[in-house]
Design a protein around this ligand. Structure first.
Ligand code: FES
Length: 142
């Protein structure tokens, strides 16, 4: 593995159909997802991985282009610029298993999009602002 974004160790791989994906590891946690942002295809590895556990969200991925947020475990779009239910498709993620130094990935089913009743725009905005704040604090500590 090589040094990846935000202190995560990184492996990248190419799927049969040519899509590129990544495996990230830090502190015993594994994540794996397609590198191409579902919004407009920007490489998510240029973005940020922020731990929002204090907000009950765990780690989120923020795209470097328009800071849309994704759950890197199940793939749900957590925030986009729609100002309502996200119009952005979910991110393809992979289940990771590691045994004796071998890493295996298996695609997870894409999550259902949230319903209008489930969607909480204030919560989505809170997560997006927290992710941006954390990225700024990390990049500009003073
Ligand atoms: S390309 Fe990723 S948020 Fe727009």
């Amino acid at each position: 593995m090589v040094e990846g974004p935000c202190g995560w160790d990184l492996l990248t791989f190419v799927l049969d159909e040519g899509r590129t994906a990544c495996v990230l590891h830090r502190d015993g946690q594994w994540l794996s997802f397609d590198r191409s942002c579902p919004h407009a295809g920007i490489d998510l590895l240029g973005g940020d991985l922020e731990d929002l556990s204090e907000l009950g969200a765990g780690v989120v991925v923020a795209c470097p282009a328009h800071t849309y947020l994704f759950d890197p475990v199940v793939g749900t779009c957590l925030w986009d610029a729609s100002r309502g239910l996200p119009e952005t498709p979910p991110l393809q993620t992979y289940e990771v298993t590691e045994s004796c130094g071998n890493i295996r990935v298996r695609p997870r089913p894409l999550p259902a999009r949230p319903s209008r009743d489930e969607w909480d725009q204030a919560r989505a905005d809170q997560l997006q602002l927290a992710a941006v704040d954390k990225a700024l604090e990390r990049k500009f500590p003073d």
